[in-house]
Design a protein around this ligand. Sequence first.
Ligand code: PFF
Length: 511
Amino acid sequence: MENNRSSWGSNLGFLLAAIGSAVGLGNIWGFPYKMGKCGGFVFLIVYLLLAIFVGMIIMVSELAVGRKTKLSPIDAYKEVSKKFSWIGWLATIAPFFIMSFYTVLGGYCLQYIALNMTKLSFGNEAVAMTGGEIFGAMLTTPLGCVVFTILFIVICMVIVQGGVSGGIEKFNKIGMPALFVMLLIIIVRSLTLPNAVEGLKFMFVPGYAVKAGFIEAQPSLVSVLGTAGGQMFFSLSLAMGAILTYGSYLSKEENLVRNSVIIVASDTLIALMAGIAVIPAAVANGIAQGTPVGQIKLGGPNLLFVTLQDVFTNMGALGPLFGVIFYVLVLIAAISSAISLMETIAAHWIDKDLAKGETDTRQRNVLIVSLLILIEAVVVAADGLGSNFSPASLLGISAPPVFLDCFLDFMDCWSEGIAMPLGAMLMALMIGWEQSPDLVLDEVAHGDPSEGFKSFYKICVKFVVPIVMAFVLAGQMIDFFGSNQAIWYVVAVVLLVVFWVIAAMGKKKEA
Ligand code: PFF
């Protein structure tokens, strides 16, 4: 079966694809405003520490398990552990749920490209509405959202049907450099706007977000840890099967540690660059429009689809051109991530067919996966972020917790909120305590890791990752289910202890 399995054309191709998976809406949208709201540099430092001590460890582990087993997540985890084989299911269901809304957001980008092209062709007055009015009108037009979501799914489907090196690698080899150049253009435009420096202060000066009135108080360190941890995992595409699946197509010669460092560093760099492109422009425009600094909207879907659209509209005749460049950039980022999610799900069935001796089933399997994604995505597209209907309204609940606000939050809750931190925690316990860190280190050895890295890896996978993941899990549950914080810390710690004991008791006997 191995002979017929797909593989990357080159290590550079793999790197660009993995960076493409990591660089997505999370970087361009989530990172900048979460950084500002969590106290600028404080968030950045916590984020970087988490990326080094937790993100790197999970990245190396996923790549190693993928390359060692040469299987997609469900079968890969089955091969590694009896007790924890179900992590593979978490790592396949989570991408499926994420696709339900990622494709809808991709559809929004398509609509905003079309909008700015219209303005470019017929003048800004062609669509004489504010960003808020445009966004509101789009959300309450379910048909348009559904059609553009389908278009986005079809684009991803065609790329993934093209194969690992013929489709995914090719797209990223062109898309990633293009994204980088477009980001530089937007950064230059953003930083040359008057008062752009206020936006840089929001991101980089500790305490400025509170002083300027963007937030009431500096969040506690524990809550920064939860936010930064959740953001880091989502941004690096960790614990959702994608990195494991991409690793399973990687040749034995490649150095997993060096590759992981490159992916983590590139993703963080692009997130920072995106912040510098987006936040100063939003703040500068708000000030120019006479909005008091602390009241400029920098969070949530509004940042990308309301605030920034206003920025481009107010830039005058060239504004729509920057609008097109920006939303194409976001679209490339969304596609390069969505195809990794689609591949992760489809790879399971492609592998199954290969095991039965059936080759060339990629086209069919990717088509079926795309249709399944389409069904769930239509619901998310139609609810318009809760403008038209929501889980809460269907259940007749007024004042609902966040996860019932709209179908996007509902799907996000199970994937990013629960499956991701739980999956990462379980993976670390499985490798560190039930199996042995050597499971990963022996595979990494093909790239010859230093003794220093081995000790670092062992300590992190056994202790640091499981404990940090319990915090991240609690943080995510507080965000989605709200109210009593103490309960969620207790739940997270109980889960940690229970699974730790299960892992340690099931320890493989040393030969
Ligand atoms: N990393 C992507 C982002 O930052 O938007 C999202 C993502 C892609 C998450 C792939 C998980 C995944 F497996």
